[in-house]
Design a protein around this ligand. Sequence first.
Ligand SMILES: [Zn+2]
Length: 180
Amino acid sequence: MFNPMVAVDISCEFDIPIILPAALYLSSRLSMPEILGYPLSGGGSGGARDDVLLFPEALQKHLRRDVFSSAWFPIVNDCPSDVDNTSYCPGFSGDNTLKLAAHYLEPSADIFAGVNDFPYFGPGDPCEDCIIQRYKIDRDAYQPLLWSLLPVLCPRKGWVGWMNVKEAQTKATVPWDTPS
Ligand SMILES: [Zn+2]
């Protein structure tokens, strides 16, 4: 399986900033032994390892704010497919919304994986239509928002958006055939 620490390492070692935000996001889902055990170039002192350890804190802080602000986790008690009230579906009731919100705060959750990474809801769960409806909100609104914030969450860079990452990449790009 692809280890995102490789991408962090390559980004820092060869100055390829454009891949750093996504690499740090993917690395934030690794366990501590996986992070600490990865042999980073140059022994990994300072830079790269610090980035990998600090990024999840920034991500979690942001996610906590979103989860508790509840704007992204509204309680929706009606079901889009239950127009005649013939079958019982609780929709995203309080319990189910809480379960989804809690899932987003799990360090191993992959918010960009969408419905494939949703928690198991169990008895009293929302039906497939409800889950798809919820997934569309994530895909169309929440995932793009979070993606736009990845550079901001990168430690030590002072980036405020992807524009800064692109600028850093332009500055970093040295043609391979330039004699040094
Ligand atoms: Zn439903």
